[in-house]
Design a binder for this molecule. Sequence first.
Ligand SMILES: [Zn+2]
Length: 491
Amino acid sequence: MPGILQADLTLIDGRLKPGVAVHVGRSGRITKVSEDELATGVMATAVPRPPIDESQPGEFGSPRSRRKVRLRGRILIPGFVNAHSHAFQRLMRGRTEYTVLGQPGTDFWSWRSGMYRVTEQLSPEDLETVSALAYMEMLRAGFTHVCEFHYLHQQPGGGRYADPAELSARMIQAAEFAGIGMTLLRVAYQRGGPNEPASREQRRFIDSDPEAFAKALEATAAHIDTDDRRPQSLGVAAHSVRALDTDWLRELARLAERKQLPLHAHVAEQPREIDQCLVETGKRPMEHLADCGLLSDRFTAVHATHLGTGEAELLGSAGGTACICPTTERNLGDGLPDLGALRAAGAKLAIGTDSHVRIDPFAEIRALEDGERLRTGKRGRLTDHEGLIAPTLFDAGTLGGAATTTHEIGEIREGAMGDLVALEADDPALAGVAASRGSEDALLAAIAVAGHSRLVKDVWVGGRHVVTDGVLLRWQGALEAYNKVAKRIWS
Ligand SMILES: [Zn+2]
């Protein structure tokens, strides 16, 4: 039996519309979107909310859910897509926000040293536990899909696990436990830098050669749940031009092309990486990646902070996406990307929470526009065809992220996955904005500039009800397990 959701307002094609009923079928997909059901009285009666069951996510069609759910006081939007995540870095939150007095200030590279100390201590079980909590926090904040840029493959020091997919499988299990959709990007990592072997800490990230990488990818594929209701799939990533030489990059591009996989890479996050690339190849990172055949409409450039002349055009003309991670980029002192150039070049924009210093999609989409204002000294930078800003920001948080995956997610339309988020319309942050008729555009803008993750009340992933009235399934047990790991790592 299909389920029908009807909120006060529903976000479709960048606009909030009243009277929309969203039908989700057993397939987990949206089977119908009707925009005038309120007027015809089909959904005139409020239906009690489904009871909370701590053990199992609710599903449309199950005995405890009701066929029609009237979401009063709610705004229904497509689930956000987190296009860049290193889930284990959730452990570092609040642990790197200091400098040792009398020492030079910290930067990206000193932060990285701290991150390596964490990766050295994580067992497979730890990784699964920490990642599960990060994914649950994402769901609670309104993300329904995550692209996990996964680069931990071996034992500390580089010893091999019996199953080359041991740690990848842990990430998949963590996502399944939490109930979030996942694109697992197995990351290729070869070296510490040009003419620089991997350090001891980096040996955990390394496959010996492209053949070993391809075999490990095959082994990982066996762990992917092919159930269409749980959007889960595989992709690949080049860690960076620093971590892979030209031959490796070319092999990776061929592999992704042959299998038609999403291909992501960190690009131009730090000036040092660009200088090294220029010395090694004579090219800037995006130019070098283009030369090696990585750029296509399946390619996502993560960060794209310090692009030179013509690099945005290379990405845009290939149909690629720039995944901006504003909170992490500010936290690490990376800099501000030129989003105007990327948009003008035709590149799509997506968002990621990367190091998880904070997990809040509203903060990320808002920061796209705010960063452009700070960079240019002007307002109203990321406008749509009518001069509105919020639709562009929500588009980056949803459809832009979807473009970095192979899934039909990020929008409320017939055939898309039932990845949906219901927001509290009466939150103090939004109070009074929609007091007059025809205020839908102002309300959407208010959600963009003043919204926060606690607006999120209900979340469905492929039609499965995974956050109910602000309550996350299985949170308490997951938190207790996480605390044990955090205590051990940091004591
Ligand atoms: Zn990253």
